[in-house]
Ligand binder design. Structure first.
Ligand code: ADP
Ligand code: MG
Length: 364
């Protein structure tokens, strides 16, 4: 399966690691979980299982991952909040795949999400021919989760209107969903193992608009951007390698360029350079995920149109596109960053930084 899909679900992509963890798992397990909390932690933070190496997948805050696992073993939902691109979706997929073997039982929150997408809807052809019956019911991921004792993921929940979000409240407090149309058979009780993982971007319509009643049914965890530049560089390299492999792009990853991007993103996000110069922060999201996509875009371009080597001009142009898409003041901030920080590093370290600084003229 892995070779034939753009992005196989986590449980398929890491099937052998999950199987190795399951086979050697001796930890205590909540009812209906596929792996014990200890094995889930190993899956996400790395280690070893029955001779199989398990690479780390989430970086930055190990204690947060443990708290997430414990929350999910209890009766409150887990809400991951943070800037876009801080791996909230990735973490919720990893947790779902490891705890219940399924990461695809998902509702995507949008402004158009309706209550039936959260609870249930009907196949109208069957409803008309057979009347309200189980066969005619189209269960939502929430209902599937309750009936199978697995997690339902609610992506970007705060993009959904607050009153629609609130349809989760009764399910989360009573662990019951009532389908009045089905009469006596309409009472669905949640099986052990059911829980909800929500994600919310702080840049979207605020978490503040979520009702207090719903907030109380979740444990909130804030996922921060990666604070360590070296780690960010490693992630850029690893992700770009994975994407290149999946896209059949056979370019070597230029680690100097990955470093330069990691530093650029880090310094613009923090508003301060490694040398201590204050720089203005762009309004755009400066996430690791964006850095990965700028890099991938660049090598992909070189692969199809160029000679396969990372072209610094292309990198800068892609960076420009990524940073200046929301706000025109960001262009001035990026130019200023090149004038100060990039020029200083070009003098100090030379190499890729020098080539990078020579592309400043493309920022317009
Ligand atoms: N702490 C981190 N550990 C590992 N990868 C990260 C981390 N932060 C960001 N990433 C990278 O960013 C990508 C985007 O994450 P995603 O889950 O889509 O973010 P979000 O849902 O928070 O917007 C991840 O797939 C991963 O490559
Ligand atoms: Mg997301």
């Amino acid at each position: 399966m892995e070779q034939n899909y753009i992005k196989p679900p986590v449980e398929v992509r890491y099937a052998d690691q999950l199987a190795a963890l399951e086979a050697s798992d001796t930890g205590k397990k909540p009812e209906n979980w596929r792996l014990s909390p200890k094995a889930v932690r190993t899956f996400i933070l790395g280690g070893e299982a029955g001779g199989v190496k398990i690479p780390r997948k989430f970086y930055g805050n190990d204690a947060l991952v443990e708290r997430c696992i414990i929350t999910l073993a209890g009766s409150r939902g887990l809400m991951l909040v943070g800037e876009p691109g801080t791996a909230k979706t990735m973490l919720s997929e990893l947790l779902s795949a490891a705890c219940c073997g399924v990461s695809t039982n998902t509702v995507q929150g949008t402004a158009g999400t309706t209550e039936d997408m959260i609870k249930y809807s009907w196949n109208y052809a069957l409803l008309l021919s057979k009347g309200p019956c189980r066969e005619a019911l189209v269960p939502s991921p929430l209902l599937v989760g309750m009936e199978n004792g697995i997690f339902a993921r609610f992506e970007e929940i705060t993009r959904t209107p607050a009153e629609i979000q609130d349809s989760l409240i009764s399910v989360m407090s009573d662990q019951i969903l009532n389908i009045p149309e089905l009469g006596d058979e309409g009472l669905v009780l949640a099986k052990p193992g059911f829980n909800i993982i929500g994600t919310a971007n702080t840049r979207d319509k605020g978490v503040n608009e979520m009702s207090g009643a719903l907030k109380r049914r979740f444990n909130f965890e804030t996922v921060m951007p990666i604070a360590d530049v070296r780690l960010e560089k490693e992630i850029i390299i690893r992700e770009a390698e994975d994407m290149a492999k999946a896209g059949h792009i056979d370019c070597p990853i230029d680690t100097d360029v990955a470093e330069l991007l990691a530093v650029t993103y880090h310094e613009l996000r923090e508003g301060r350079t490694a040398e201590g110069t204050v720089v203005e922060k762009p309004a755009a999201v400066m996430s690791t995920a964006e850095a990965v996509s700028v890099y991938y875009q660049t090598i992909s371009h070189s692969w199809y149109f160029g000679d396969g080597k990372t072209d610094m001009g292309l990198l800068t142009e892609n960076l420009l596109g990524a940073v200046c898409k929301e706000n025109k003041d960001d262009l001035e901030k990026l130019k200023a960053y090149f004038r100060t920080a990039v020029t200083a590093k070009a003098k100090k370290v030379g190499g890729a930084w020098k080539a990078y600084s020579e592309t400043a003229g493309l920022l317009r």
